[in-house]
Design a protein around this ligand. Structure first.
Ligand SMILES: [Zn+2]
Length: 393
């Protein structure tokens, strides 16, 4: 499963490397048949890329393009997207189950799009809840993996026969009337206990798998008590979806849930930007300002508008980058190179232990108005602790 650690590993691939992103979505007619669109796109884009690189590297690039085209030809790709890295010492196909835009790059590994995908598709937990139990899944980059199944067992064996007769068919969902009798209260008690257990298990899985949120899917009478059993500080990470998926199989579960997850993600991004823009202190806004704070180690999380990718100058020696066109690095005197923000941002963020979030649509537009990039600063306490440590060291 793709995560930031793996992206970090990609960023260290030996250069020059050919990076190819392809939209291979088999639901598009043009991508089917012996001459899929993505292959003809790669062929044409590859040719112009070869013409644009230094003469000394053209043969090498041509070889890598040949390898990738050979790999893709005569192969049916069931995934929505494909990412490939190819170089003299590198061969790394990465199938993706999310929408990808066609891109081809030569030189350093091109990770901007991948970074965007990871930011947009966080790992989530999903619990499909029915009367019989809860199936718990991890959902990431369009793929759903079942983690475990928790059966709900309502134990009625020790109850009096008299009560049993009334309830040949036990239906928890009907046990909510104002007129609860003993039997129904007992079921309620047991179900409450089951809900608490399910919520606790979901929390444990969230921690183990780094899940950004947990979606509870089912009849509201089943999922409400589970949602309520989460502690208050985690309530904002619990999302209820009223859908009956009892008889739905896995690929279709994804289709049914995707719009809900996207909607929630949009709302969350909007909330993130709202909080950032409302904050009076502890935040930074603007590309130049955020980059400076980031490289001073003061940013713990940064946020970037989806369509923002300004040109920077970066020092190949110390890695320092900014928006100015000063030809020489102020820190080490090395001649600087042109680089795109998105190309180098993951490396910078990694170096300074900052998280990156990329926002789309409405959230992106609002952030653009405020400079397109921003971040949350580390707490002053942490900063002074670090400064003290540096002084001591
Ligand atoms: Zn430098």
């Amino acid at each position: 499963m793709l995560d930031t650690r793996e992206v970090r590993a990609f960023s260290l691939l030996p250069e020059p490397v050919l990076t190819v992103y392809l939209d291979t979505n088999p639901s598009k007619m043009a991508n089917r048949g012996p001459a899929p669109e993505y292959l003809s796109w790669l062929n044409a884009a590859g040719k112009s890329l070869v013409a644009s690189v230094p003469a000394g590297e053209q043969k090498l690039l041509q070889e890598q393009l040949g390898r990738i085209e050979g790999f893709l030809r005569d192969r049916v790709l069931p995934q929505r997207g494909m990412l490939l890295f190819a170089g003299p010492q590198t061969w790394q196909p990465v199938p993706l189950q999310v929408e990808v835009g066609n891109e081809v790059h030569w030189g350093r590994p091109a990770l901007a799009q991948l970074l965007g995908l990871l930011s947009r598709h966080k790992p989530y937990g999903i619990a499909v809840v029915t009367l019989n139990g809860a199936r718990l899944f991890r959902y990431h980059l369009g793929e759903m993996t079942e983690l475990e199944e928790k059966k709900f067992v309502i134990n009625i064996s020790q109850w009096r026969k008299k009560d049993m007769g009334k309830f040949a068919h036990v239906d928890i969902t009907k046990s909510r009337g104002t007129d609860h009798d003993t039997f129904e209260r007992r079921i309620d008690d047991q179900y409450r206990h089951i809900c608490a257990e399910t919520a606790q298990r979901a929390r444990q899985l969230s921690e183990t798998h780094g899940l950004a949120a947990f979606f509870l899917v089912g009849d509201d009478r089943l999922i409400d008590p589970i949602a309520a059993a989460f502690p208050r500080d985690l309530q904002s990470h619990v999302v209820k979806i009223e859908e009956d998926l009892a008889k739905v199989v896995q690929p279709e579960i994804v289709e049914r849930l995707e719009p809900h997850i996207e909607e929630w993600e949009r709302a969350r991004q909007s909330e993130t930007i709202g909080t950032l823009l409302r904050s009076k202190r502890g935040v930074v806004l603007g590309v130049a300002e955020t980059l400076a704070e980031l490289q001073n180690g003061r940013v713990r999380a940064l946020v970037l508008a989806a369509d923002l990718d300004p040109e920077l100058r970066q020092c190949p020696n110390c890695g320092r980058a900014d928006l100015t066109d000063t030809p020489v690095c102020l820190y080490c005197g090395t001649r600087r190179q042109i680089a795109r923000l998105r190309e180098i941002l993951s490396e910078l963020a990694w170096k300074h232990s900052a998280e990156i979030e990329i926002v789309d649509a409405e959230a992106s537009a609002r952030l653009r108005e405020a400079g397109g990039m921003g971040g949350w600063l580390r707490l002053p306490k942490q900063k002074s602790a670090r400064r003290a440590a540096r002084r001591a060291g």
